[in-house]
Design a protein. Structure first.
Length: 267
């Protein structure tokens, strides 16, 4: 009993000693095994970073984001409506995002800016801003003109990406100054056909588009937008503001409800 108690006391004392001190109380083979285990654990922590630095664009297509975890960066939603009459009900405020359609069969172009905005803090992502865009659209088509008419509907969301890094820079192809921002559009909804006189129906549209090359990436900033490597790295270290606009065209449309929801992610 005394030996057992002494053994447990010694074991408890050894358990609280620093790792380096424990090696002095074990046999040389055991100490070697402990050191080898610690070294393997340290190498395992560094291995993902080392692997990410080792790959090339030719090997994986996107070496900047390879091996990095995905980060959720937020979302936005923009809404536009089309109607024959945008007059609000008594007591209700006017809807600034309602567009009055022109009498059939005329076209109604529309373009509404600053529908939704988010600002990502600096260093929110390493080299990539990805998008998950899903439009949810309902359109009412109607023909009361007395004759067969072609119809058309188009809706497209675009994004203005602002950063102080883009100040003083210009498009390498056109030479136009960026003035602190670049703008790009994702996939649009398009439909066209013919309505017979008296036709009246509603059509629903949805079409998700997710990240491939990204809304903006470090590689695109260098290869397409003319930034230097240093400027592209700094772009992701500074705040980035993203603002949505929705534009399109409508013909033989009586009413429409247009919503684009977009979630962002990064690395």
């Amino acid at each position: 009993m005394i030996r057992a108690t002494l053994f447990l006391a010694l074991a408890a004392g050894l358990a609280v000693l620093p790792a380096a001190a424990n090696d002095e109380f074990v046999s040389p083979p055991a100490a070697d095994a402990l050191r080898a285990g610690r070294q393997a654990a340290a190498e395992a922590k560094l291995r993902p970073q080392a692997a990410a630095k080792a790959v090339t664009v030719e090997e994986v297509g996107d070496a900047d984001s390879f091996g990095r975890n995905m980060k959720w960066l937020g979302l936005m939603s923009g809404y536009v409506s089309l109607a024959t009459d945008c007059t609000p009900a008594p007591g209700d405020p006017a809807d600034p995002n309602c567009v009055t359609v022109n009498p059939a069969p005329a076209f109604t172009p529309y373009n509404l800016a600053d529908l939704a905005t988010i600002t990502l803090p600096g260093r929110s992502t390493h080299s990539l801003i990805c998008h998950w865009q899903t439009p949810i659209i309902s359109v009412v088509y109607s023909n009361a003109t007395g004759t067969r008419q072609p119809y058309r509907f188009q809706a497209l969301a675009s994004y203005r990406i602002e950063s102080e890094v883009l100040q003083g820079l210009s498009d390498p192809v056109s030479g136009d100054p960026y003035n602190g921002a670049i703008e790009l559009a994702l996939g649009s909804i398009n439909d066209a056909g013919y309505l017979e006189d008296g036709d009246f129906f509603t059509r629903q549209y949805t079409q998700s588009r997710t990240c491939i090359a990204g809304l903006v990436s470090k590689r695109a900033l260098v290869d397409q937008y003319g930034l230097t490597e240093a400027q592209a790295r700094r772009f992701f270290r500074e705040p980035v503001t993203i603002t949505m606009a929705i534009r399109g065209n409508a013909r033989m449309v009586e009413a429409a409800s247009i919503n684009f929801g977009t979630r962002f992610s990064g690395d």
